[in-house]
Write a protein that binds this ligand. Structure first.
Ligand code: NAD
Length: 485
């Protein structure tokens, strides 16, 4: 094992879970055994909740301006330790070093947004009658939980950590058991940045911990990021215990390509979207809807996609079962009549034979009724469906149950607007293949890509992590004595 066994982090200390049940952490890069991760029990979670509860009164009573000082320092520490943090993400997740660097940088940007919260979360005050004022202020919820997936071991935790904690909450995070290492380093950096013990805690594990989070009477709110199947389970279970819940799910993102799109730029964008992070992004392009005569763009797309080489500028997918599942979809589509233009099945990656790689794959003449057109693959694969009109393309996009992202490639502003207005997705791109909104804008999909109200980052997240207190005051003797008294 390359690293010591992973431990929980409770009240500012790394501690063993009260369980012997562990899973191995295997690097997708080359199959190296990295560590083991404990499958904690409800009792471990309870210890973390107690620590967070104990820390809450003091933390929530500091001012927002004081609390964000931690995140100024945390941001600087993310930047200072960039290389080491990126190498860890690369090792446990399998993405390329450059992609891992971008992930850490994005974490720093998320922290930067948290640092701006005092400029945004100012409350309101109005004299509603002579001498009578109403004021509103946002106050923290208490102990909150964040359950995160494998595909961004550092960035997705940073979607929730800075905002939730800067707004005065104490947090328990449940990392993905596939990539448990990075969050431990984030805990160390938060401590170095001056975060008091108990404000941030980590409990590792699987469904047992997730269920315990949903059921725990002293956790006020649960955010979840992962697949739609589990997002639904978590949303139902957490809200059945009257918790606030925001659960982000999977995706099937459609890129609509019109014949007037700029071929080179479009091909580069689609390639980056389908193959970036080995297609393991909830914003990845998974389906291209080709409207009319766009063969010249598809040709360019194949040229671009060929430049993406597994083990070089294309990382691994998370594990063997994921690789096999992705390759099964390709084989099944081929058997059903689709044409594989670029075949990424079983690539040879010299020196990394035990890594789990899938090469870039472009499949043409996919029909909307095929599984590959409907389901989330989470691999570097793009399925091309052919249509004659934009309305047919939109019908395909609208029919898919997800709604994370959609994009249109065209030089015609009117057509771009037409698609923007009709795409059934929370995040839309015009000539942008990965339309992730940057702070202060917020991140969140629609339909089966998100359950609950609001988005997980940016301004929208402020509402999720706080509750509104409304105070009416009457000090002035000028105020009529009958004012609601
Ligand atoms: P996942 O749903 O398998 O796991 C997510 C979390 O849920 C993990 O912490 C995991 O331990 C836990 N979990 C797994 N099975 C569970 C069960 N039966 N009961 C309770 N908890 C369970 O997701 P993943 O494979 O880690 O991540 C990939 C998925 O996440 C993809 O579907 C991707 O689209 C999605 N994702 C979505 C967004 C978004 O913003 N919408 C962002 C990133 C990833």
């Amino acid at each position: 094992m390359k690293y010591n066994p992973v431990q929980n982090y409770i009240n500012g200390a790394f501690v063993d879970a009260a369980t012997d049940r562990t899973l191995e952490v295997i690097s997708p890069v080359d199959g190296t055994r990295l560590s083991t991760v404990p499958m904690s029990e409800a009792g471990d979670l309870d210890r973390a909740v107690r620590a967070a509860q104990a820390a809450f009164p003091a933390w929530s009573r500091t001012t927002l301006k004081e609390r964000v000082q931690v995140f100024f320092r945390y941001k600087a520490l993310l930047e200072k330790n960039l290389t080491e943090l990126a190498l860890l993400v690369q090792e446990e997740n399998g993405k390329t070093y450059e992609e891992a660097v971008a992930e850490i940088e994005k974490g720093a940007e998320l922290s930067e947004f948290a640092c701006s919260l005092p400029q945004i979360v100012t409350g309101e005050i109005l004299e509603v009658s002579r001498g009578v004022e109403c004021r509103t202020e946002r106050v923290p919820l208490g102990v909150v939980a964040s359950i995160v997936p494998f595909n961004f071991p550092s960035m997705v935790p940073n979607w929730t950590i800075p905002n939730a904690i800067a707004l005065g909450n104490c947090m328990i995070i449940k990392p993905s058991e596939k990539v448990p290492l990075s969050v431990g380093r984030l805990a160390e950096l938060l401590q170095e940045a001056g975060l008091p013990n108990g404000v941030f805690n980590i409990v590792h594990g699987d469904s047992e911990v997730v269920n315990a989070i949903c059921d725990h009477p002293d956790i006020e709110a649960v955010s979840f990021v992962g697949s739609t199947k589990i997002a639904k389970l978590v949303y139902q279970r957490a809200t059945s215990h009257f918790k606030r819940c925001l659960a982000l799910g999977g995706a099937k993102n459609h890129l609509i390509v019109l014949p007037d799109a700029i071929p080179g730029m479009t091909a580069q964008n689609i390639t980056a979207s389908m193959a970036g992070c080995a297609g393991q992004r909830c914003m990845a392009a998974s389906a291209m809807v080709a409207v009319g005569p766009v063969d010249h763009i598809i040709e360019k797309l194949c040229e671009e996609a060929q430049k993406v080489v597994p083990g070089k500028n294309l990382g691994a997918v998370i594990n063997r079962s994921s690789k096999e599942r992705i390759e099964r979809y390709i084989t099944e589509a081929e058997e059903q009549g689709a044409k594989v233009l670029l075949d990424g099945r079983n690539p040879r990656v010299e020196g990394k034979e035990k890594g789990t790689y899938v090469g870039p794959t472009v499949i043409d003449y996919v029909r909307p009724d095929m599984a590959i057109a409907q389901e989330e693959l989470f691999g570097p694969v793009i399925s091309i469906m052919r249509t004659n009109t934009v309305d047919e393309a939109l019908a395909i996009e609208n029919a898919n149950p997800y709604g994370n992202a959609a994009a249109v490639f065209t030089q015609n502003g009117g057509m771009a607007r037409y698609v923007m207005d009709r795409a059934s997705a929370g995040m839309v791109g015009v000539n942008v293949g990965v339309p992730v909104p940057r702070e202060p804008f917020s991140f969140g999909g629609w339909n089966e890509s998100r359950f609950g109200v609001g988005d997980i980052t940016g301004k929208s997240s402020i509402e999720f992590w706080t509750k509104l207190k409304k105070t009416t005051t009457k000090w002035n003797p000028e105020a009529g004595i009958n004012w609601m008294s």
